[in-house]
Design a protein around this ligand. Structure first.
Ligand SMILES: Cc1cc2nc3c(=O)[nH]c(=O)nc-3n(C[C@H](O)[C@H](O)[C@H](O)COP(=O)(O)OP(=O)(O)OC[C@H]3O[C@@H](n4cnc5c(N)ncnc54)[C@H](O)[C@@H]3O)c2cc1C
Length: 476
């Protein structure tokens, strides 16, 4: 690495070992930590993983530390490594690992994967879909993904068990040093409160000793709870929407459905809930079935979501097989942090990417494309900052990252917040379902809006309207 070190950013240790190599694990040099695993195949779930107990000690310095190897962290690390930056990617789990998700990827996510260099051919194990089937208000609509120059005309599904490992191996292949089984405990701060590293310990040894890792810039890509952001004083904003979603898998003859399916009729007694249920065929004999709901409704927090899922599925045709004896995993749930619900996205040496920065789309609950895109954006800003010859210049670049995020999503997320506020009223939700669903042309436009699939320039008149609306709405 040849970046000049801005004075106030911690310098790279001259004695630090070269990228991708552990310093030899000398006896007594600290706890036995997983070494950065060498480049691994990009698409094999069985690729070798480091073991927390058997590998020698890892390098402790890097230009950049990325905390969390979910989509946001792996994208950040991948783009940084490609730009020649020495990046350490710390992940508390060992791959392959489960992540609670619907496993559905819209064309927006597919585009981001292609940009990252991930092969998405069907022979690589990806299951393609043609669009979204929406069921609600007594109507069943099949809406193909729009034909656009900016996005591919298909979506994908892949279990997160595979998906996240593929992304992490992609980052590794690009040159990022991935340490699995390392739980980051907190920030290391200098006298000005600027983050200069993190402390971590082996996940397998919760009571074990802590070790510190130092870098010039740190990225929090540690998901919705983002302990690292919290430790830096960045808590969630109450004025931003939040969702909650649960999901499980059933063996089902519907496993090879070539449309993602979403059900708008979620009822809690007489109240229609703001949210939707989904059925995504995984192509492996199972369906991913789940539901998500928004905090803009009075019912939020008072509903037993697992029970709601069971009640919703009880109304399904029995031949689809969504019954207890076909369930292959427990029903698990997690939060959906939406519409920039943690800000600022840069402060004192720490950038936030993906769920850590609350970047789930409020319109439809998808978070993977925004995790991948924000990771790419963070990497671009960091790469430029590291190349600045002075601290003030580097800081100026990093301070511009939140502005770039606002320019990309701010207006759209503001619209999304208004949308979730409106449908939080059961009467509005009911009205929208009843009057929107019978109008396929209107629903095609709605799909573009909800999935954020429009041409940024030119395109169809509807693209221009949606785009103009997003741009005119103040980003906040
Ligand atoms: C039920 C449900 C269904 C969903 N369905 C979809 C869908 O179909 N499509 C879609 O696009 N989005 C979906 N989402 C949203 C999507 O899952 C998230 O937006 C996405 O995973 C965000 O990626 P991320 O990398 O920011 O965070 P995460 O995927 O949460 O990754 C964070 C990573 O950080 C690691 N980590 C956390 N803490 C530490 C620590 N202290 N030290 C080291 N590592 C740490 C974690 O182990 C994890 O690997 C769904 C969410 C839920 C809850």
């Amino acid at each position: 690495m040849t970046h000049e070190v801005p004075p106030s950013l911690p310098p790279a240790d001259a004695a630090a070992p070269p990228r991708g190599r552990a310093p030899g694990g000398s006896p007594g040099a600290g706890p036995a930590y997983p070494a950065a695993t060498s480049a691994a195949p990009a698409s094999t779930a069985s690729a070798s993983t480091a073991s927390a107990s058997t590998r020698p000690a890892a390098a402790e310095e890097a230009d950049v530390i990325v905390v969390g190897a979910g989509p946001a962290g792996s994208a950040t690390a991948s783009y940084l490594a490609r730009a020649g930056v020495d990046v350490l990617l710390l992940e508390k789990a060992q791959f392959p690992r489960e992540k609670v998700c619907g496993d559905g990827l819209t064309p927006r996510a597919v585009k981001a994967l292609i940009g990252m260099g991930v092969p998405v051919r069907e022979q690589d194990g990806w299951v393609r879909n043609k669009g979204l089937r929406i069921i609600g208000g007594g109507v069943r609509l099949e809406l193909p993904w729009p034909e656009l120059s900016s996005y591919p005309g298909y979506g994908l599904v892949r279990t997160r068990l595979d998906f996240d490992e593929i992304l992490a191996r992609t980052a590794q292949k690009a040159g990022a040093r991935l340490l699995e089984g390392v739980t980051v405990m907190g920030p290391v701060l200098d006298d000005d409160g600027r983050i200069t590293g993190v402390t971590a310990r082996s996940t397998a040894d919760a009571g074990g000793p802590e070790r510190s890792y130092r870098a010039r810039v740190i990225v929090a890509a540690d998901g919705n709870s983002s302990r690292l952001s919290l430790a830096m004083g960045l808590s969630k904003r109450d004025d931003r929407p939040m969702g909650v979603a649960v999901r499980t898998y059933y063996t089902s003859p519907r496993h090879d459905d070539d449309y993602l399916e979403s059900w708008l009729d979620l009822w809690d007694g007489p109240r229609q809930l703001p949210g939707y249920g989904w059925i995504f065929g995984m192509g492996d004999g199972t369906s991913n079935v789940g539901l998500g709901m928004l905090n803009t409704s009075d019912s939020f927090g008072h509903v037993d979501y697992r029970d709601l899922l069971r009640r919703w599925l009880a109304g399904m045709p029995p031949e689809w097989g969504y019954v207890e004896e076909n369930r292959t995993l427990p029903i698990r749930g997690s939060a959906l942090p939406m519409g920039f619900n943690r800000t600022p996205h840069y402060t004192r040496g720490l950038l936030l990417a993906g769920d850590a920065g609350g970047m789930v789309n409020p319109f439809n609950g998808e978070g993977i494309p925004y995790a991948l895109e924000s990771g790419e954006l963070a990497a671009q800003f960091i790469t430029q900052a590291l190349a600045r010859p002075d601290a003030a210049g580097a800081e100026r670049v990093l301070m511009a990252y939140p502005q770039a995020l606002k320019a990309a999503y701010g207006g759209y997320y503001t619209l999304g917040r208004r949308f979730v506020q409106a449908i939080g009223n059961p009467k509005v939700m009911q009205f929208a379902t009843r009057h929107g669903m019978p109008r396929p042309a209107l629903m095609r436009i709605t799909l573009k809006l909800l999935a954020n699939l429009t041409e940024p320039r030119g395109g169809h008149a509807t693209d221009r309207v949606i785009h103009a609306l997003s741009k005119m709405t103040p980003a906040a």
